[in-house]
Design a protein around this ligand. Sequence first.
Ligand SMILES: Cc1ncc(COP(=O)(O)O)c(C=O)c1O
Length: 438
Amino acid sequence: MGSLGEPPLLEPQDHSQSLFSSLAQTPPDEPFSVNEAYMLDAHPQKVNLGIGVYRTSSGSPWPLPVVEEAERELREARNIHRHEYLAIQGDREFLRLAADLVFGFGQRRPHAGPANEGEKQQQRVVSIQTVSGTGANRLGAELLARTVVPGCVWVPDPSWANHQTIWNLAGVPVNTYPYYNAKTRTFDFDGTLQCLRGSAKANDVVVFHACAHNPTGADPTQEQWATLAQLCKQKRLIPFFDLAYQGFASGDVDRDAWAIRHFFELVPELEFCVAQSFSKNFGLYGQRVGALHVALSPATNMTGASDRLLGCLCNLVRGDYSMAPRAGAEIVRTVLGNELLRTKWVDDLTTMSERIQRMRYALYNELMQLNTPGDWKHIVNQIGMFTYIGLSETQVWSLRDRYHIYMLKSGRISISGLNERNVGYVAKGIDDVVRTVK
Ligand SMILES: Cc1ncc(COP(=O)(O)O)c(C=O)c1O
């Protein structure tokens, strides 16, 4: 029904037609459709470089040993509350540990200030459990769309494709900034500065990938992050960090959170969001574990704004799915809350990030041996799960047709699909299409 006095929006229903018959076709999500095409392919040498999930050197999923240990502990404890509802905010101990992982409250850094500073910093962050990183991105977008009402959001070009969907659904106009310099195959710092300096307006949101940019694997340097923080401050932009690869990217959780901690500690006037995912760094993809953190300026605590903000977030969650799921968050809480398990988790992160790094070098070396035309150094310079390999869309299709090697049409490859057995085959395929297909 339209509001009072307006005609109803829809004609009365014609029962010979479905209400949805004139719906436009929604394009399929590329990583998932590439994965489905791969599953249907019966070729014995097929290779899946499409989907962003970790695989072992034998191409299998890897439940992290530390996660299996925590699962055993939780099973044996047989807590009678284990299937009860959580609070709307989520598991508060999980949230405390998750926020600490992002912001490093307990740590003493040179510019961290006096001893009680950690506690004060903690009070500057409002956290809520979410349905993994995607849910955190969406909840943050929904929050800003309803409260700040930004003129637009600036998303990197290229970016994780779901950013466009999320902000479109939240009703915020999406613009892009030029993230990738295809010539140097690095982050386009000058292009980004020029675009945001020239065109972004106060209260616009800027999405940043905190580390291991998806899809390019190219990150800003620390100096560049520092300039970006100043730019956001000068122009009163709202940073929105997507943190999907903390610890997975470099093996070092502190290093991968550097940009966020820099913004938080050195430019404290900036208020910003962090969408945190535990899919990759705990291998808990289908468990949907995540959190949204909103960092507030130090002045805010005095005003009670953080309580009102939490109330607003809880209201959005309550009206959507009541609260995030419980089981995966308990695993993360068990690991992060226990010093020994935490050390084992860091070992597991090292195992994953080192295997990715080895595979980057293996692919690079194979291409060097084949004398494949072009410069391939970016494969080892980029970081994280993905690399923009530098193939045209036609070359990507040829690789699929001739070699049954699957990747996104942009030429994004998931390095974790490579292993000692298939890397030579993949390099041969790339070499072939580079030489024969434009
Ligand atoms: C950049 C980025 N953000 C967020 C996500 C969200 O992942 P999830 O919803 O599984 O936590 C992903 C997953 O691929 C990602 O690459």
